[in-house]
Each structure stands twice: as structure tokens, then as C-alpha cells.
Design a protein around this ligand. Structure first.
Ligand code: F6P
Length: 363
């Protein structure tokens, strides 16, 4: 008797709203329409190295559309090509890709669907070059993946960030304070730019436009002179002063991308109080942007991406990611995706629009 086709799903990197919606879409379509078997790999690439996985039945993926996080677990540090192993206090990195590849081959799958950002999909591309049929699905709140206009998770993060800015607005106004809202986004300013515009930030600082503190100070003083007794500063965690560098919050030694950003908001706050003498508070929204239920936009996008991934498996489009171009889903080579990150272009229409309204970018 012919064995049923089998696929596996892996979720890697930072979680975000909408991952479960993708898992559900891939698995339901695979089971319902194709009669394939679906395996869920546990905790990202840890699962392929340590052979941890489970069968996903229809009921396992039913009722998870609105659920935040990932039912499979994830990891921001597991990399089969540079796997961190602790030896007492020492950390060693081993190339366990052969083990991972053997483990994947033992599963006898037609395809490994990798749901992730640049790190996860970069590893997926290496696995593909090493003979594993993979398909990528673009996930990250940062929206910084090459080859796609948008990643799922971004819209949800944007909506949480905007709500945060709105709430900060009322308290800033009541207390006549400068309020700084620091937002995740890694080395790209998408989240800060979009939510800064949506939340009416007076100053928006993004990594792509290094800032001059004097310009920020002048803008704050000018608002004060004009009778605006409060100001909202939206700052991306990766923002940096001209000629200066990002603020590092911690180094995760086990990770292939060990730098975790954070804290620029506090530094700016102190500087503002010291130099201009205006009372200032800083709020770091941090991981709040990654939690909770996906927005309707992300649920729809996740469902489209997941079902398209199944079509791509049928068409043997291995080594590709489902990308979004305008309103169309396209196949993008993982080679293209693995080339680096997508930052905000300096001539982005959103920057132009915000500048036209008087928003200061610190330059
Ligand atoms: O890539 C998603 C992201 O949330 C970034 O915006 C942020 O810089 C980083 O992950 C935080 O990583 P961690 O979850 O390890 O603190």
C-alpha cells in the first residue's frame, strides 16, 4: 500500500501573533485537501537536532487561529550549524547539521515548512543546499525580511504599539511631560515608523536615520514655546545617534545573533531632562509587541501564506519562501531572503508624509 505523503512544520526565532494561524492553515489544508500526514517539530531547530517532534492531527490544529505564540515552541538560539553546547561554565559550538539532516531524513517527509524570520530562514536555506526540501513562511514583528513587502506578525505588533502610544498620549498630556516609547524592531525601524505615524508621535527615531540630539532638543523646545506642554517620542530599540552606536541590553552567548538591543529610551530620557530640563518618562514596550492574539489582517495573511505553502509543496517549489508583493503571493528564492535584512528606505513614502506633517526624525 502506498504510504501517505508526510510534511513537517517548524517554527523558529522570536514568537509573534499569527504563527499558530499559519500552522493551522498548513496542517488543515494538508490533512483536508491532500490527505497528507503532518508532523510538528518541537522548539525550532532544537527539535531537529534532538529528534523531538509529534504528529499533528486535525484536532491539534483546530481552535488555534486566534492563539498567540506557537503551539510547537520555538528557539532563538538553536542552529544546527552552530549548536551551543554547555561544558560546565564553558560554551562550545558544534556543527550538528549532519545529525539534524539525518533526523529529518528519518522522518521521510516531502517537505519541511520553516516558519521564521531571517535567522530561521537563513538556516532553512543552508538545509536546502544540504539536500533537505524546505519551504519558508515569512514571520516577524520586525517586518525586516527581504523578498516580501510584509511579514505576518507585523500588523499585530503595530496595533499593540499604537495602542501603547495612544495610552501614553493621554498621560503625557495630563502631566505635561515628555514621554518616550521604545519599541522593538531589531535593526530596522518599521514598527517605530508605522506606529509612530499611527500614534501621532512628535519625534520618531529609527535606526535608518541616525539622530542629532540637538535637533531633538530644538524640536521639544519649539513645541514648548508654541504652548504644547507635552511631547511623544517614539524610538526604535535600534536607533542610534549620528556617529554613535546602538544600546545593547544583553549578549546571548548561545545565539548566532547574540546582541539584544534595548535601553536607548532611558538614555534619551536622561539626556532630555539634563539638557532641556523637561520632566521625562520612558516606557519600553519590549515583548508586549510579540504577545497575544493576531489582528484580523494577520489572521488572514497567515491563512493565505499557510495555504500557499501547501500549493508550493505540491509544485515542488523547494528552496523558496512565500512572499507578498502588493496583494499577490509570490515565490521568492531563499537565497534572496538570506542576503540580509530589509531596512526602511530613506525615501519611504511614510517618512515623507510624516515629515510633511512636521514630525521630526532627529536629522
Ligand atoms: O526579532 C524579533 C525581536 O522581538 C526583535 O524585535 C528584538 O530585537 C528581539 O527579537 C528580542 O529578542 P529576545 O526575545 O531574545 O529578547
Amino acid at each position: 500500500m502506498k504510504r501517505r505523503k508526510r510534511i513537517a512544520i517548524l517554527t523558529g526565532g522570536g514568537d509573534c501573533p499569527g504563527i499558530n494561524a499559519v500552522i493551522r492553515a498548513v496542517a488543515k489544508k494538508a490533512i483536508n485537501e491532500k490527505d497528507w500526514e503532518v508532523i510538528g517539530i518541537e522548539d525550532g531547530y532544537h527539535g531537529v537536532v534532538n529528534n523531538r517532534h509529534r504528529i499533528l492531527k486535525y484536532d491539534d490544529v483546530s481552535g488555534i487561529l486566534t492563539l498567540g505564540g506557537t503551539i510547537l515552541g520555538t528557539s532563538k538560539i538553536a542552529n544546527p550549524y552552530r549548536y551551543a553546547v554547555k561544558r560546565g561554565d564553558r560554551l562550545e559550538f558544534q556543527d550538528l547539521s549532519r545529525v539534524a539532516i539525518q533526523n529529518i531524513k528519518k522522518l521521510e517527509i516531502t517537505c519541511l515548512v520553516c516558519i521564521g524570520g531571517d535567522g530561521t530562514l537563513g538556516i532553512a536555506y543552508r538545509l536546502f543546499k544540504d539536500g533537505i526540501p524546505v519551504i519558508g513562511v515569512p514571520k516577524t514583528i520586525d517586518n525586516d525580511l527581504k523578498g516580501t513587502d510584509i511579514t505576518f506578525g507585523f500588523d499585530s505588533a503595530l496595533s499593540i504599539a499604537t495602542e501603547g502610544i495612544d495610552r501614553i498620549h493621554t498621560t503625557a498630556e495630563s502631566h505635561h511631560r515628555i514621554m518616550i516609547v521604545e519599541l522593538m524592531g531589531h535593526r530596522a525601524g518599521w514598527v517605530a515608523l508605522y506606529s509612530g505615524v499611527a500614534g501621532g508621535g512628535d519625534i520618531i527615531l529609527i535606526p535608518e536615520i541616525p539622530y542629532d540630539f540637538n535637533i531633538i532638543a530644538e524640536k521639544l523646545k519649539e513645541r514648548n514655546r508654541k504652548g504644547k506642554r507635552f511631547s511623544i517620542v517614539v524610538v526604535a530599540e535600534g536607533a542610534k545617534p549620528k556617529g554613535g552606536d546602538v544600546v545593547i541590553q544583553r549578549i546571548v552567548r548561545e545565539s548566532s545573533d547574540p546582541i539584544r538591543l534595548g535601553g536607548i529610551g532611558f538614555i534619551l530620557g536622561e539626556q532630555i531632562e539634563k539638557v532641556i530640563g523637561l520632566e521625562t518618562r520612558t516606557v519600553i514596550m519590549g515583548h508586549l509587541l510579540r504577545g497575544g492574539s493576531p489582528t484580523p489582517f494577520d489572521r488572514i495573511l497567515a491563512t493565505r501564506l499557510g495555504t500557499k505553502a501547501v500549493d508550493m509543496i505540491e509544485d515542488k517549489k523547494f528552496g523558496y519562501m512565500v512572499g507578498v508583493k502588493g496583494n499577490t503571493l509570490v515565490n521568492v528564492s531563499l537565497k534572496e531572503v538570506a542576503k540580509g535584512i530589509k531596512t526602511v528606505p530613506l525615501n519611504h513614502p511614510m517618512i515623507k508624509a510624516a515629515r510633511a506633517l512636521g514630525t521630526c526624525f532627529g536629522d
